[in-house]
Write a protein that binds this ligand. Structure first.
Ligand code: FES
Length: 170
């Protein structure tokens, strides 16, 4: 791990009471995932375990429980489409089928150009603007096949994240 990253770990751990240092595992794993090309390999999870002085299995348990952690390399854009009831009632299945057809991939697969990985996730807590897809830190809501295509175009152009940051004041 880079010294700067370890310093950030130290700052995170300092936010928790003595004896509860391992509670910093979630923010630490987010940072590590970002540093490690968007996924958590066994090697980096073992490094986190060593840093937090806990067993590797404790890190694996957390990393495999939360869908925001990826355990293998993904495309540049991870398209996480909500497939829970309320989204399905207003067309999530159709959005998923449209993405599969357009990108030529199935669920949990990555497109040949390495740009897109498609995943199904459970409720994203944005049922009021269903169907919803999460891409990185951002939500794409009220999806239709046409708006989904427009989003894919932005992603291919490399303008998607810049627009989302602008619109979300990031
Ligand atoms: S069911 Fe899709 S966001 Fe809640």
């Amino acid at each position: 791990m880079r010294p700067e990253l370890l310093q950030t770990f130290d700052e995170l751990v300092a936010c928790y009471p003595e004896g509860k240092e391992k509670s910093a595992i979630l923010p630490i794993l987010h940072l590590v995932q970002k540093e490690n090309d968007g996924y958590l390999s066994v090697a980096v999870m073992d490094e986190v375990a060593a840093y937090l002085k806990i067993q590797p299995i404790e890190v694996y348990e957390v990393a495999t429980f939360y869908t925001m952690f990826k355990l293998k390399p993904t495309g540049k854009y991870v398209l996480e489409v909500c497939q829970t009831g309320p989204c399905c009632l207003v067309g999530a299945d159709g959005i998923i089928a449209h993405l599969q057809n357009t990108l030529g991939i199935g669920m949990n697969e990555t497109s040949a150009d390495g740009l897109f990985t498609l995943r199904g996730v459970e409720c994203l807590a944005a049922c009021g603007t269903a169907p919803v897809m999460q891409v990185g830190d951002y939500y794409c809501e009220n999806l239709t096949p046409a708006t989904t295509d427009a989003l894919l175009t932005e992603m291919r152009d490399g303008t998607f994240f810049a627009r989302m940051e602008r619109e979300n004041g990031d």
